[in-house]
Structure formats: C-alpha cells, structure tokens
Design a protein around this ligand. Structure first.
Ligand code: IDP
Ligand code: MG
Length: 156
C-alpha cells in the first residue's frame, strides 16, 4: 500500500555532512521524496514531535538535541514506506542496528542517532503536519520507478 512517512536527518546528521548520503539511500530504494526542507526546529516543533516521550529522563536532552541545529525534514512516499524506512534506519541503539542500516553505518550513540522516522501511520500523519503545510508537499509527478511499474503492469 502506498503510504507517506516523515523522515528527518537530525542535527548530528546535518553537522556530519551526511545529508546527501542519507537522501541517496531513499532515492536508490525507489521512494518518492515529496517534501524536503532544511529548518531549525523550534522548541514548539520539538515538543510536539516528541510529545510521547514527555516525562522520560532523556526528554529534556532530546528537546535540546533536536533544536541544536538544522534538520532536514522530508515527506517520503512509497509502498509500505513507514515500516520499510524504519528497517532502513535500524534500531534506536546503534549496537542493536543490523549491519547495513543507516544507524549501524553512521551512528554510535543511542541518543545521537542521526535520523528520525515515523513508527506508524498515525505518527506519520501527525508528524508530517508538524513540519509541513499541505502546499509544501509535491506528489503530483511520476518517478522513473513508477513509470516502469506502470509499463510493466500494462505489458502483463
Ligand atoms: P526512535 O527514534 O528509534 O523512534 P524513540 O524511542 O522514539 O526512538 O526515541 C526518540 C529519540 O530519543 C531517539 O531516536 C534518541 O535520539 C532519543 N532517545 C531514545 N531513548 C533514549 C535514551 O535512553 N537515552 C537518550 N536518548 C534516547
Ligand atoms: Mg520514535
């Protein structure tokens, strides 16, 4: 099923010049980037984004971390993209992340782990709305993969 998810390259990913490498993984997989911007999250963005973690011991540092520099916010569309992109990211703790995942490759800390991705359709919808207005999302175009899939379906 075609879904939309919210992906963010966190401030440590941006500061480490990993923007291109991370975006490339989603492009190479064949997903469609339909929203993309660099922004400095406000406290309000961060508190809304991480509302589920309010009250946990790491919450104050998480808010500081996510507002400590610009992030790259993205809306990515594709079949099963919510669960699949979580697989591409790897586990929250890099030592538990499978080899080949973004966190395994680039992160060494559970706290500073480079990337965020929505964990459910409800989170995706909620998180996209925190960072994007509807008119900042451009989905009315066709990726090469979509073109090829359409051709393939026609020829079956
Ligand atoms: P996720 O990013 O894999 O969905 P969550 O459990 O939703 O992981 O946690 C959100 C973010 O909070 C993590 O990505 C990480 O930056 C930070 N975090 C989570 N657990 C801890 C912790 O135990 N100590 C410090 N930071 C944490
Ligand atoms: Mg989470």
């Amino acid at each position: 099923m075609t879904e939309r998810t919210f992906i963010a390259i966190k401030p440590d990913g941006v500061k480490r010049n990993l923007i291109g490498r991370i975006i490339t993984r989603f492009e190479e997989k064949g997903y469609k980037i339909i929203g993309l911007k660099l922004l400095l999250p406000t406290i309000e963005h961060a508190e809304k984004h991480y509302a589920e973690h309010k009250g946990k011991p790491f919450y104050p540092r998480l808010i500081k971390y996510i507002t400590s520099g610009p992030i790259v916010a993205m809306v990515i569309e594709g079949p099963n993209v919510i669960a699949e992109s979580r697989k591409m990211m790897g586990a929250t703790k890099p030592e538990n992340a499978d080899a080949g995942t973004i966190r395994f490759e680039y992160a060494v800390s559970q706290e500073f782990n480079i990337i965020h991705g929505s964990d459910s359709p409800q989170s995706a919808e909620r998180e996209i709305a925190i960072y994007f207005k509807e008119d900042e999302i451009c989905s009315n175009w066709t990726t090469m993969l979509e073109m090829l899939m359409n051709e393939e379906q026609k020829s079956l």
